[in-house]
Design a protein around this ligand. Sequence first.
Ligand SMILES: *Cc1c(COP(=O)(O)O)cnc(C)c1O
Length: 320
Amino acid sequence: MKTTGEFFRLPFCLLPTPLYRLANISKVLGKNIYIKRDDLTGIALGGNKVRKLEFLLAEAKAKGAGYVITTGGAQSNHAMLTAACAGRAGLKSILVLKQRGVCERKGNLLLDDLLGAEVRFLDTESYDDIYSEMERITEELSKKGHKAYRIPVGGSTALGTLGYVNCAGEIAGQAKAMHINFDHIICAVGSGGTQAGLAIGARLYMPQTKVTGISADNQPFGKIVPQLMRQTAELLNYREPVRNRDISLKYMVGEGYAVPSREGNEAIRLMAEQEGIFLDPVYTGKAFAGLIELCKTGYFGENDNILFLHSGGASSLFAY
Ligand SMILES: *Cc1c(COP(=O)(O)O)cnc(C)c1O
């Protein structure tokens, strides 16, 4: 088997990100809740995509690209962080965003502008349309002698997913130093790479830990995440079979992707008031609302240690 260390990586992150017990939240919920602060990954306003971009942009540089093209919703954290990391790596970025949701120069769109990214909107529901447009732009650049590297939505390729295999190793090391074991890791799910990487990494570094994804989008993640796990395992030459039941999922979408929900907003307030930490309305607020529900439904054992992955996103608070 290969290790993630055998793949090129640009060091954008300040690692390890903090991991600690949420004393007030633990009291309120009557459980042992810890947080992994991947909202503090160390570039722009932080977030989970940076761990993926370390691997993806290393590949872009190795292939001699001068441009990176990616996509997402109008308020995409991934697109914003791609622009930030691309700038650091000396690459130009083009963001082909879905013209859906908050499209004014607020939240992440303001940051995209400050980061010098070129933003192009496409009025479509479908990422297939966006990917065709991204290919067209690549050809256009190629005619002018420029090479572009394309990153699909959320950076959730097998290579990007290695970032969260690594994160699981980092968590295992921090848990060991604190003399605890985590029974559960809870993370938000949007394109699947974070959960897929954590699930592979948990198998490798903490096989007693169960990874539960809380979905903020109505996609068939029960298939998408295991498939991404299989592709990532293949990239690592890791031979253990991956089955669909190797992951747990709970849907907390509410009215729709990127539509704030009542439960999510309450979770944002609770975390802000009790711990001084900002969650976001698209992913982590809904994910923490999911964790609260799992506490109520007896999903966790009485003395379980539960780790919530804060994957970032608070920059979109200023758009909603
Ligand atoms: C993208 C994103 C997620 C979801 O991660 P995936 O790897 O795409 O599933 C969760 N939280 C935030 C803040 C994000 O930006």
